[in-house]
Design a protein around this ligand. Structure first.
Ligand code: GLV
Length: 388
């Protein structure tokens, strides 16, 4: 058993274990991948202020996100096709999150359906919704999430059309994989993944197959999004979806101060500063660069979270100290899931938790709720002077 001490350790095992098609899906950004790269490299520019002779006994990372108690200010982000990274992936990731005490968000584009996850986990989870053209489907999926007792609706705003990730096209990404010669050759080297997949019946988009009408290829994320996502989504429609849901709403994918103002006006319970992990608008600024301006503008009106680029507890600390009430992780837990199933997600959370706890202590803080900009060393002009 290898000694796993970092998220990168999990990534190495993940890469060996999971078919190339799904590794590439997780590990890609759109077009040139500039934004994908800068989401992480911009975190590296921020440094931490080492403090000494401060009592560090009795530390806690416990906090709250949208009023829910969390063991640390980290939520599992919605990730499409999680059930292709590991058999029954959504159920396993949700279980690990709930045992650890952090929220799990199920994607509309999941393999395990809303009902299936609800039946196989202990507590409510958050459900992520894409605005879909078919009003009947939209209404029904919202009703299904309510019936499954999902405790918040996460509306994704930055994916009305799919950003192009070249490898997905080259690999012929689909769920389940289509048996082309290159795919078969690759699958032949991934027998551990394959044996587990053969033992589950969850191999299709569970919220779509049998629920949505007129999908030309229900195995393709690309054709489903192109045919069904609503390109006319606007703030009125967002308000309407919020009303249909009637519970807590999180708006995910805000990266601009003006949009943040609109999101606060709609009355969201939280907004997530995100560029979809660099998978949508290539050339957009990283989430961490946009965090401070958004916090300064609307931080007193709405809870603000950050997603995109978190790979360590130090990153969590930096985002929280800059004003995020919590952060979301996607790839960091998918590496764990693909590497070792539920145990791997737990390990990813443990790694991040330990890094957060120790870094917090060495910055002279005992409570994640007291983290503020005083613990950071941010290079002058970090946010830059970008002009519209
Ligand atoms: C879907 O959310 C994707 O980024 O592929």
């Amino acid at each position: 058993m290898p000694v796993i001490t970092t998220i990168d350790d999990l990534k190495r095992i993940y890469r060996r274990r999971v078919p190339k098609m799904f590794y590439d899906y997780c590990e890609s950004g759109s077009w040139t991948e500039q934004t994908f790269r800068e989401n992480t490299s911009d975190f590296d520019q921020i440094r931490l202020r080492q403090r000494v002779a401060v009592d560090m006994d009795g530390r806690t990372t416990a906090s709250q996100m949208i009023g829910d108690d969390v063991a640390m200010p980290v939520a599992l982000a919605p990730v499409g096709m999680t059930g292709m990274q590991h058999a029954d992936g959504e159920i396993l990731a949700c279980r690990a999150a709930q045992k650890f005490g952090v929220p799990y968000t199920l994607s509309t584009m999941s393999i395990c359906s809303i009902e299936d996850v609800a039946e196989n986990v202990e507590k409510p989870f958050w459900f992520q919704l894409y605005a879909i053209k078919d009003e009947d489907y939209l209404r029904r999926v919202i009703e299904r999430a309510k019936a499954a007792k999902c405790s918040a609706l996460v509306i994704t705003l930055d994916l009305q059309i799919l950003g192009q990730r070249h490898k997905d096209l080259k690999n012929g990404l689909s769920a389940p994989p289509k048996m082309t010669v290159p795919t078969m050759l690759n699958l032949a080297t991934k027998w551990g993944w394959g044996l587990e997949m053969l033992q589950t019946k969850r191999r299709f988009f569970g919220n779509i197959v049998g629920h949505a009408k007129g999908v030309s290829d229900p195995s393709s994320l690309m054709s489903w999004t192109a045919e069904n996502f609503d390109p006319t989504l606007n703030w009125d429609k967002i308000a309407k979806i919020k009303e249909m849901w009637g519970g807590k709403v999180i708006l995910k994918g805000v990266l601009d101060v003006e949009d943040a103002r609109m999101a606060a006006k709609v009355g969201a319970d939280a907004i997530v500063v995100s560029n979809h992990g660099g998978r949508q608008l290539d050339g957009a600024l990283s989430s961490i660069r946009m965090l401070r301006p958004i916090v300064d503008e609307v931080g007193d009106q709405v809870e603000i979270h950050l997603d995109s680029g978190i790979r360590s507890g130090q990153d969590v600390l930096k985002a929280v100290a800059m004003g995020a009430k919590g952060v979301w992780i996607g790839r960091a837990y998918i590496y764990g899931l693909g590497a070792m199933g539920e145990k791997g997600v737990t390990r990813a959370l443990e790694v991040i938790h330990k890094e957060l706890d120790v870094s917090m202590a060495l910055c002279g803080r005992k409570d994640a709720n007291t983290l503020d900009r005083e613990v950071l060393l941010v290079p002058e002009g970090f946010e830059g002077r970008w002009q519209a």
